[in-house]
Write a protein that binds this ligand. Structure first.
Ligand code: ASP
Length: 355
């Protein structure tokens, strides 16, 4: 430990020798700390690439075509995720999303725009089908970054968004079945007939880079089905559900948001890429960190996670990758070879998944 007197003497000595601490200029910070410039150097040649969760297979094509046509990367990927938000059959996002424990659909979304270093998000937004666009409106029209609950809805209404009932009949029936089976001794008769509830979670994350190396990311979700009223997952949290640094790339996630929030997964993946990892290596290293940050009740006796998370990443030069905890998941990608699903790298074989 250095005491105060020694510290002052040392500081005086350093400043006498000319070592005066001073703030770095933005250029020095980017060169010495970030390791790259946020604004692409003149003549930078990248390749456009869009990467997303598997439910973005149509969205990546739409976004890619728009990026190649000159649309801003964030506007393009938001148009891509709007397809899923407005699809009543995708029960993990927007219209038709599975509701919270009270039967209310509450949506979360966030986005980041690399070239302008701006960000926006909404959480627990009700009755507006496209939270990704409301998140972008927060970014475009306010000095804030995150609005939640009734305030987020008031803001959306002021911006001209229209309300609608987001609870489709199918999602309402799934919620009723869940509720009826909760407790044998309550006043609800059990209805465990037949129908399997296919989804209890899901999300769409989409990240993109254009040919000049400008990067953006967006994530939108109805969050975990049957969640507690007011629960926010990772999707509306910058640095968790998605993250962009225009100097490096972007990353985002789907899966159990609580585990991702603790590891700052979006941010961490971009940091691993900054330190030289490929997008796929970075995604795998982030999953390892999530496991390291996981409480015992969510691990089996071999230390394997009792949950799944997928990480998706794109680098400024157009490289991309994705990883998942257990083998079997795919992700969507579109570049000059067209839209396709590819297999995620994984930490564990599917057979190792705890029962
Ligand atoms: N990440 C989302 C959340 O925790 C859910 C999911 O992707 O499955 O809200």
């Amino acid at each position: 430990m250095i005491d105060r007197r020694a510290f002052l003497e040392k500081s005086a000595l350093l400043s006498a020798l000319g070592f005066v601490p001073r703030a770095l200029t933005l250029e020095e910070y980017e060169r010495d700390v970030v390791g790259a410039s946020v604004s692409p150097a003149a003549g930078f040649r990248g390749r456009p690439c869009v990467v997303a969760s598997a439910n973005g297979i149509q969205g990546v094509k739409l976004a890619y075509d728009r990026i190649v046509g000159g649309t801003d990367a964030l506007d393009a990927i938001i148009a891509g995720v709007n397809l899923v938000e407005l699809d009543p059959d995708d029960q993990s996002v927007g219209l038709g999303g599975l509701p919270n424990e009270n039967g209310v659909v509450q949506l979360d979304a966030s986005c980041m725009h690399g070239p302008t270093r701006r960000a926006g998000a909404v959480g627990c937004l009700e009755e507006i089908a496209t939270p990704s666009l409301v998140a972008k409106a927060v970014m475009d029209y306010t000095t804030h970054v995150l609005l939640v609950g009734p305030g987020a809805k008031k803001f959306a209404l002021a911006m001209g968004f229209k309300t609608q009932n987001l609870l489709t009949e199918r999602s309402r029936q799934d919620w009723l079945r869940w509720k009826s089976r909760l407790n044998k001794n309550d006043n609800w008769l059990d209805h465990d007939d037949d129908v399997k509830i296919n989804w209890t979670h899901g999300t769409i994350n989409m990240n993109a880079v254009n040919a000049s190396g400008d990067v953006s990311s967006v994530t939108t979700t109805s969050g975990l089905a049957w969640k507690l009223d007011g629960r926010l997952g990772d999707s509306p949290i910058h640095g968790a559900g998605q993250y962009t640094d225009n100097a490096i790339g972007a990353a985002g996630s789907t899966g159990l948001g609580e585990m991702n929030i603790k590891a700052c997964g979006g941010f961490l993946t971009v940091e691993f890429m900054r330190n030289g990892a490929t997008p796929e290596q970075a995604a795998l290293k982030t999953l390892e960190r999530m496991v390291h940050m996981t409480e015992a009740r969510m691990l089996d006796d071999k230390g394997r996670p009792r949950y799944d998370i997928q990480v998706y990443a794109v680098a400024k030069d157009g490289r991309y990758g994705s990883a998942t905890m257990y083998d079997g998941a795919s992700f969507a990608v579109c570049d000059e070879r067209g839209p396709r699903l590819e297999k995620c790298a994984y930490l564990h074989k599917a057979a190792e998944r705890p029962r």
